[in-house]
Ligand binder design. Structure first.
Ligand code: HEC
Ligand code: HEC
Length: 373
């Protein structure tokens, strides 16, 4: 009798394998530790990082802040194909909401920490155009109190001062986790044994495709909907005729980055034995790995309906365009080879609409801009 009752409580719509996959996509876990940044989870560092994030004074012309391109109300993207600040970039601005779970940063993974990443845009000639000396002067002028609270003062060496700014910026960005979405409420109901109507029948059909026939979950997996890895999708258009080598170049760059996790600027992880080598994974990076030619990082799909345009070069203006691409996989990549596991999906119009409807259930409330930037 008990067995019968239990059997009735279990939703009949999903197979056990599907239910296990859906359970693996929610809830959003606590951030992973950031072992090379001692202040990564210090609330005072996060407050300082927030002030820095909105401070255009860090840029050489005083006009561009991180928040100019990473707009809170747009889930930290900018709604443009390419950002324009001092110059115009060649890659699309990604969301920052899932950096606390990442391992490699930028579309090509050329940084191995969020703090080292932050020093990139500050110095990039097309973005904020600053030098370490300019950053150090701005920290002394406008953020001295925060710096003394968190680090005991602004470092004497300009590069060290820039790294302090990066570490505080990381602490702030680690607080930007996406809020639970409607999908998470459904997944929680399902885990508790109820196939609830928090998702519509169409959205559930899209979810079934996502975890099944459409194989999206093979790359967009886990609660952040990413494998944190790099793939060449064989995208049809190459902007301005330029070829972007993606991970093939990024893997080479991170190994020699003066601010990587083996550098003197990285805090030594507290739990690392005295004779242990920090971040041994860097030694095994092989930039000539053929699958990395024109491969880019799998983006999270949390809040994806709010962050158009899409892909590393913003070539698709809508989710419908992204799905049309996966459906037909037109053309051949000009560089490298398309991920071998990808096959045209050849779905019906209704199935494509269901997939899009499911992706929209990953939307949560956008963060508000701070009252006093
Ligand atoms: C001019 C626009 C612009 C500005 C200003 C800017 N960013 Fe970005 N950000 C981008 C673009 C574009 C990328 C992707 C670049 C690439 O992959 O080569 C990016 C990538 C990132 C990433 C990597 C995310 C990931 O998942 O890999 C982080 C983190 C980030 N920015 C934080 C910041 C911070 C912190 C600042 C301020 C110090 C900042 N950005 C300033 C446009 C901008
Ligand atoms: C082989 C791994 C892989 C599979 C399978 C895959 N994706 Fe992706 N997805 C990626 C990568 C990598 C990118 C970024 C590619 C680039 O910019 O060059 C991406 C980008 C996207 C984007 C754009 C997100 C953004 O912020 O720009 C969406 C939306 C998306 N995928 C949805 C899906 C859906 C839906 C499926 C199933 C139909 C799917 N993906 C299957 C790896 C994959």
């Amino acid at each position: 009798m008990l067995i019968l009752l239990l059997a009735c409580a279990v939703p009949t719509g999903w197979t056990p394998a599907e239910r296990a996959t859906i359970a693996s996509l929610s809830p959003i876990p606590a951030p992973l530790p950031s072992p090379t940044n001692r202040v990564a989870d210090d609330p005072a560092a996060a407050r300082l990082g927030e002030a820095l994030f909105f401070d255009a004074g860090l840029s050489i012309d005083g006009k561009t802040a991180c928040a100019t391109c990473h707009v809170p109300g747009l889930h930290f993207t900018d709604g443009k194909r390419f950002p324009t600040a001092i110059g115009t970039g060649t890659r699309n601005t990604p969301s920052l909401e899932t950096v606390a779970w990442g391992t490699w940063f930028f579309w090509d993974g050329r940084s191995d920490s969020v703090w080292a990443q932050a020093t990139g845009p500050m110095r990039d000639a097309k973005e904020m155009g600053a030098t370490p000396e300019h950053i150090q002067a701005r920290l002394r002028e406008a953020h001295a109190t925060g710096l003394s609270e968190v680090f005991g003062g602004v470092a004497e060496d300009p590069t060290d001062a820039m790294v302090q700014a990066g570490k505080a910026l990381e602490a702030y960005q680690r607080t930007l986790a996406p809020k639970p979405a409607r999908f998470d409420r459904y997944a929680a109901d399902l885990a508790a044994g109820t196939d609830s109507d928090v998702l519509t029948a169409e959205e559930k059909a899209g979810l079934r495709l996502f975890v099944g026939e459409a194989t999206c979950v093979s790359c967009h997996h886990g609660p952040l909907f990413t494998d944190h890895s790099f793939h060449n999708l064989g995208l049809p258009s190459i902007p301005d005729g330029g070829i972007d080598p993606g991970r093939a170049r990024g893997a080479g760059q991170v190994g020699v980055d003066a601010l990587n996790c083996r550098s003197a600027h990285a805090d030594r992880p507290a739990d690392l034995a005295a004779d242990a080598e920090p971040c041994p994974e860097l030694r095994y990076l092989d930039a000539s790995f053929p699958d990395w030619a024109a491969a880019f990082k799998t983006p999270s799909l949390r809040n994806v309906a709010e962050t158009a345009p899409y892909m590393h070069d913003g070539q698709f203006g809508s989710l419908a365009a992204v799905l049309a691409f996966y459906d037909t996989l037109p053309g051949r990549p000009l560089v490298g080879h398309r991920e071998l596991t990808l096959e045209p999906l050849a779905l019906s119009g209704a199935e494509i609409e269901a997939l899009e409807a499911f992706l929209r259930t990953l939307t949560s409330e956008a963060p508000a801009a701070p009252a006093s930037p």
